[in-house]
Design a protein around this ligand. Structure first.
Ligand code: SF4
Length: 365
């Protein structure tokens, strides 16, 4: 409890707010806003929950980027998972994926028709199911950023060790640094700084952001999820912008190291290799994902079950693509809070508990 109190101390928050206001007033004159993007769904929720967007002064513009792993998963991936379930293959997934729209329908809808779809809280459930039902094929929906890659791939490691043959994974892993490169070079966005994701950074390490800093780069600050973490991160970014520098600043050093988690990285290197992948709303970013290496294709659901993940189609009225990219706010979507709500979501940004539309709906209406 003391730990929580320490990171939510009102006096410290007020002092940081004053520092942020003072630094914002010292920013070089500009005819546009200072665009700071967070690329972690947990930061998106925390910024909305603690009202931080409301207390930062002009010209600071806090933008939510593609930090929600469910939201950036292409509709075509959902289509492939649905096809597997329709063939009678048991699909194991985290609950957030159930209501995400594919091109025509959702996993929840086909589950209600009787297709075998199991909701899990850990990838280990898929391994258990494979052991419990050796006569059935089990596919785990392996999505997410670097944070979730190692736990997902660990079930394949264990399956190999235990001689389990009826388990495979449908891979849609995404990597944060290539997304930063794509977003940072997008002239439409004009990103001035990144609040780097906390959990992902614990895996890849603070040094992973060095290529985005220095001459022509932008400040990259790693922040935790408590209110003071985020305010400290913003203060760090503004300090760099005022001083005209662009460095990696690890404000979450109680968790994140310079080199990251070597054990998780070794597991990823053993089984996976970089691949071009499609991000919902953004399109294909070169080498921005991970695929199973050829030698492990027995555990690759696409190859094992002869199915191809294709680019899906989205409801054209949903603006998730622009929201994920940071060029629109959920408020810009005419369906937000009217026809699209958490109970009746049209797009993944409203479905996912870490989606921008869900965060704005819950805390910012
Ligand atoms: S409010 Fe709904 S329809 Fe609009 S962008 Fe968000 S998820 Fe899509």
């Amino acid at each position: 409890m003391k730990y929580i109190d320490g990171f939510r101390n009102p006096g410290a928050a007020a002092a940081l707010r004053e520092d942020i206001q003072s630094l914002a007033a010292q920013l070089p004159p500009s005819d546009r806003t200072t665009n700071i993007m967070e690329i972690c769904g947990s930061h998106t929720m925390a910024i909305a929950r603690y009202g931080i967007r409301d207390i930062v002064p002009e010209p600071i513009n806090l933008i939510s980027g593609p930090g929600c792993p469910v939201c950036v998963t292409d509709a075509g991936y959902i289509d492939a998972a649905i096809e597997l379930a329709r063939r009678g293959i048991t699909v194991v997934t985290f609950g957030d994926m159930l209501n995400v729209p594919g091109s025509d329908t959702s996993l929840a809808a086909v589950r209600s028709e009787g297709c075998p779809i199991e909701v899990c809280y850990s990838p280990l459930r898929a391994l258990e199911l494979a052991k419990e039902t050796p006569d059935k094929e089990i596919v785990f929906l392996a999505i997410g950023f670097e944070t979730t890659v190692a736990p997902s791939i660990a079930i394949i490691d264990q399956a190999i060790e235990q001689g389990i043959e009826n388990l495979s994974i449908l891979v849609a892993f995404k990597l944060v640094p290539p997304a930063l490169a794509a977003l940072g070079s997008d002239p439409e966005l004009r990103i001035d700084a990144f609040i780097c994701p906390a959990h992902v950074s614990a895996i890849i390490g603070a040094d992973a952001y060095t290529p985005f800093t220095g001459e022509g780069g932008v400040p990259c600050v790693i922040a935790g999820f408590e209110p003071l973490d985020i305010l400290l991160g913003l203060k760090g970014i503004l300090t760099q912008l005022v001083n005209g520098v662009a460095e990696v600043d690890n404000q979450y050093s109680r968790v994140v190291t310079a080199k990251g988690n070597a054990k998780a990285q070794a597991l990823m290197d053993k089984y996976l290799e970089p691949a071009d992948v499609s991000w919902r709303g953004i399109g294909v970013i070169p080498l921005s994902g991970l695929a199973l290496k050829e030698e492990w294709s027995h555990y690759d659901a696409e190859k094992r079950h002869d199915i191809e993940v294709q680019i899906g189609t989205m409801n054209p009225a949903c603006r998730c693509g622009d929201v994920i990219k940071g060029i629109s706010s959920p408020f810009d979507c005419p369906m937000f809070g009217k026809t699209c709500t958490p109970n009746h979501p049209f797009g993944p940004c409203m479905v996912s508990s870490e989606g921008s539309c869900a965060a704005y709906y819950k805390y910012s209406r």
